[in-house]
Design a protein around this ligand. Sequence first.
Ligand SMILES: C[S@@+](CC[C@H](N)C(=O)[O-])C[C@H]1O[C@@H](n2cnc3c(N)ncnc32)[C@H](O)[C@@H]1O
Length: 225
Amino acid sequence: MTPGAFTAAPLLRCRVPRGVYAPQADTLILRQAMRREGIMSGTDVLDLGTGSGVLAVDAALRGARVTAVDISWRAVATAWFNALLNCGTVRVRHGDLTAAVAGRRFDLVVSNPPYVPTPGGGAPRGAARAWDAGANGRLLIDRICDASPAVLRPKGRLLIVHSHLCGIDDTLMRLKRAGLDAEIVDRARLPFGRVLRSRLAWLREQGLTADETTEELVVIRAEHP
Ligand SMILES: C[S@@+](CC[C@H](N)C(=O)[O-])C[C@H]1O[C@@H](n2cnc3c(N)ncnc32)[C@H](O)[C@@H]1O
C-alpha cells in the first residue's frame, strides 16, 4: 500500500468536450495503480466507464488489447477520438458496464465509476452520470463488484477507485463475497471538489461526513483466484 501522494505526471494528449468527465485525481491515482500491473503486449484490459478514454489509451500504448465501455455516447465518441489522436488501438463499446462485453474475459479490469453520494432518487442524467451514484454512492460500485468474477480470467485483477464516503469496507466485503481476494493498494486525501462542496449540508445530515471537508480516495485491487 502506498499512502499519500500520487503522481500527477501529465496525461496523454486528450480532448475532453463538455459533458464528458475530464481526467482528475481519481483518474491519476487509478492510472498509477494500473501501470504497476505489468501490462504487456497482449494483456487483455477492460476499462469500465471510460469517459475520455485516457486510461484505455494509456494501457493500449503499453501494448494491451483494450476494450473500453461507456453508457454515454458522447464519452464513446471521445474515447474513440482520443485513441486515434494518440495512435492507440482501443475497441470502444457503448453499453451498460459488463453487459457490453458479455461472454468475454480479461486479465485486468479498471474502473473509475460514478461514486458520489447523491440526494433524491431517480437515475442520474446528463453529465452527472459521470459522478452521481445514488444515496450511498454505491449504485455502480456494487454492480461492478458483483459482475467482476464473470469477466476476469483466473488470476485476473480488478482495480477500482472510489471515495471513503461510499464505504471502503463495503467494497472489500462485497468483493470477498464474490470470491475475490481484495485489498487497498493506494490512498490519497484531497479537499472536497465542487460537487461534494455543494452537497455538504446534505452529507452532514446523512452522517456521511462531520466537519471534515476532505475525502480519501482509495484504489482497491481484487484478484480472481
Ligand atoms: C468518473 S467518470 C470516469 C472516466 C474515466 N475513466 C476517468 O477515469 O477519467 C465515470 C464514467 O462512467 C460512465 N458510466 C456511468 N454509468 C455507466 C454505466 N452504467 N455503464 C458504463 N459506463 C457508465 C460515465 O458516463 C463516465 O464516463
